[in-house]
Design a protein. Structure first.
Length: 442
């Protein structure tokens, strides 16, 4: 059995690394996935959904930063809900977080495979995705500083590439392309587009899971959240307008531009309309675009490892998950188990459905996190809070209301996937209730 010092994670992260992680967790959402929301809502429908989601993530990020600064532990929302609402809700909050972080990487892995497959059509997308899992699990096991440094470098490259894309595409923007078939499914399309609007930002909450590995969490976590959300909102607006304004939304949703099979490569489709598929800029976008996908894939694997590790460390899951590698001081066992689960999800070959399940986990996390913040303010008014969210209680209240409404709507429009999500939540909860008291008395 490991001593507390042996079970602790290494403190190695700086504010710049936190920005790299915060943007890196999310940046793949700018490269792919969001375009599937255009199929549901058209440009206007997805734009309305994205407007409310930007409000959600802005209010949520600063509210969540208060929790992360005051309780800087690897479990993130699990630790906050456990302290505010008790073990049962803590377990459910932690499961929602694990589902989000374990299911998001397989969807991104498909994107990596789709981009790579454009260069090497002979290599199957699935083979590329599984290879990515093995490589980046190994890097995460090797060490958090190496992983975060790698994340920072590829995130910077990915941001620069997005800005190049905007610089090339935006001069060809035409308002008529936004207006074409802009609201095909009415308000129902807005609601159906919500998971894909959330995909623009999903994962930024993973910053809280590395608070324990931050050199000065009480100050640096806030800097990481603030700078990351500002960067992401600007990129979201620029990418949305640039990609859809070139030739209309159908051109970046369907591979043939008119219907049929959807694409996981919307930016190359938009770029090809401007410069052609044989240009240097087009191939540069394909090459560097992989960095954005890798940044999110790798970063979310890092966050997932910490959330699973914390479950094992406190006895809410098998104890081996809570062990730290004796040499690298990283949650190696948790990372390996998450890799296996991610590869199993890959085998379903359903990117849109995987994204939706991950979004259901995220929205459940947001609801329970904001309730935890409100409860802790009332329950522990005198506890030290290095950062207090501005506009309390309105700021977390707005995040709570929007996330709760979004959760209800996503459930309504995805009843079958909601059933799968409930099984993923409640089956582990059943075993938790069955075995946890026994492990407590050992």
């Amino acid at each position: 059995m490991q001593t507390p010092s042996e079970a602790s994670l290494k403190k190695a992260l700086s504010p710049l690394m936190l920005w790299g992680l915060g943007v890196g967790y999310v940046i793949s959402g700018m490269y792919f996935g969001w375009n599937l929301g255009l199929k549901e809502g058209g440009t206007l429908g997805l734009a309305i959904a994205t407007f409310f989601i930007i409000i959600l993530y802005t209010t949520f990020s600063f509210s969540y930063a208060e929790l992360a600064c005051s309780i800087p532990k690897a479990g993130g929302v699990f630790d906050y809900a456990n302290r505010a609402l008790g073990k049962n809700w803590g377990f459910l909050a932690g499961m929602a977080q694990i589902i989000e972080f374990v299911f998001a990487p397989p969807a991104i892995a498909y994107g990596i495979g789709a981009y790579f497959n454009l260069f090497f059509p002979g290599i199957p997308v699935l083979a590329i995705a599984i290879t990515a899992y093995v490589l980046f699990t190994g890097l995460n096991i090797y060490g958090v500083k190496a992983a975060a440094s790698f994340e920072l470098i590829i995130t910077l490259i990915a941001v620069v590439e997005l800005l190049i894309f905007v610089g090339v595409a935006l001069p060809h923007f035409e308002a008529a392309n936004l207006n074409h078939n802009a609201f095909p499914n009415g308000w129902g399309g807005v609601f159906a587009a919500l998971p894909f609007a959330i995909w623009f930002f999903l994962g930024i909450e993973g910053l809280a899971n590395v608070a324990e590995e931050t050199k000065n969490p009480q100050q640096d976590i806030l800097k990481g959240f603030g700078s990351a959300i500002l960067t992401l909102v600007i990129l979201c607006i620029l990418i949305f307008l640039s990609a859809t304004g070139v030739g209309g939304w159908e051109q970046i949703v369907y591979k043939d531009g008119v219907g049929g099979e959807t694409s996981d490569s919307p930016l190359p489709l938009a770029m090809a309309q401007v410069v052609g598929s044989d240009s240097v800029l087009f191939h540069m976008l394909l090459t560097i675009g992989l960095f954005g996908l890798v940044a999110s894939f790798h970063g979310l694997m890092l966050a997932a490892g910490r959330s699973t590790f914390e479950f094992g460390r406190v006895g809410f899951a098998p104890g081996f998950l809570g062990r730290v590698h004796p040499r690298f001081r990283t949650p190696a066992n948790a990372l390996l188990v998450n890799m296996v689960l991610g590869i199993l999800a890959l085998l379903t070959n359903k990117t849109g459905e995987i994204i939706t399940v991950s979004v259901l986990g995220a929205l459940t996390l947001y609801v329970l996190a904001m309730i935890s913040l409100l409860v802790l303010r009332r329950k522990e008014p005198d506890e030290p809070r290095p950062f207090k969210v501005p506009g309390y209680p309105w700021t977390p209240g707005i995040a709570l209301v929007i996330s709760l409404l979004a959760l209800v709507l996503v459930n309504y429009y995805n009843l079958k996937l909601t059933l799968y999500f409930l099984v993923l939540m409640l089956l582990p909860y059943f075993f938790f209730k069955l075995f946890y008291k026994k492990t407590e008395t050992v």
